[in-house]
Design a protein around this ligand. Structure first.
Ligand code: DGL
Length: 244
């Protein structure tokens, strides 16, 4: 039987955190990672442009035998996961900000949600926020240049001045609603001195269910067949290789 790939798509390096988590859990799986680094960041672009770029990426991905695809990008999920699901027959999972676990863990607390402009302005986000606004005080904030700064300085994250990107004030929890921010997870955790939620582990678990990967493989089994594609193939490969 033809072996199929699990595909990951992000505007750039952000989704590599999800690919990394997936590869740790399922080292025998074959994966494709499509990063559109030439067009990153997506988050300040209009809806039509984001959908156009996502469509181009999926057209490329769908040339391969695909088990399931993960939109490892909150922005693309917010803007066009439904459109992609209508167009393709393989299952498509999206990542969404982990508002639910954060709000339920800190009832009545202040929960800061960091996400891109497109994500925060989307209908999906409006729904998600209204669903949990009674549980906690949700504070959406868009650090407009942060995803671009991570994309540009991925090999030198120390260069990113958090004070210029993050809002002031004390909060009880932070939700990282953009996969690029997860590279700064530890720094953001100590900046606000509170727990940070990124939804990565839960999204990977969901992907495994949808892709029908039933058990976590023995860590000693063969390494993943990994295939980096898109405009930043080389860059993403070398970021991935230095991640663990
Ligand atoms: N990593 C993406 C996200 O999760 C996109 C960031 C961007 O390209 O602006 O939203």
């Amino acid at each position: 039987m033809e072996e199929k790939f699990t595909a990951f798509f992000d505007s750039g390096v952000g989704g590599l955190a999800l690919l990394g988590e997936f590869c740790k859990r399922f080292p025998g799986e074959r994966c494709i990672y499509y990063g559109d680094n030439a067009n990153a960041p997506y988050g300040n672009r209009p809806h039509a442009e984001i959908c156009f770029l996502a469509e181009k990426a999926f057209a490329e991905i769908s040339r391969y035998p695909i088990k399931a695809a993960l939109i490892a990008c909150n922005t693309v999920t917010a803007e066009c996961v439904e459109e992609m699901r209508k167009k393709y027959t393989f299952p498509i999972v999206g990542i969404e900000p982990a508002i639910k676990p954060a709000a339920l863990s800190f009832p009545g607390g202040k929960v800061l949600l960091l996400a891109t402009r497109a994500t925060l302005q989307s209908e999906r986000m409006e729904k998600l926020l209204s669903e949990y606004s009674a549980a906690a005080d949700l504070i959406p904030y868009c650090p407009q240049e942060l995803a671009g700064a991570v994309e540009k300085n991925i090999f030198d994250l120390e260069k990113i001045p958090l004070a210029e990107h993050l809002p002031k004030g004390e909060v009880d929890a932070v939700v990282l609603g953009c996969t690029h921010y997860s590279f700064l997870r530890k720094k953001i955790e100590s900046w606000f001195a509170c727990p940070v939620f990124d939804g990565i582990a839960a999204t990977v678990r969901r992907l495994a269910i949808v892709a029908n990967i039933c058990s976590e493989n023995d860590r000693k089994t063969v390494k993943n067949g990994l295939f980096f594609m898109g405009s930043g193939a080389k860059k993403n490969k070398s970021v991935f290789e230095t991640m663990n």
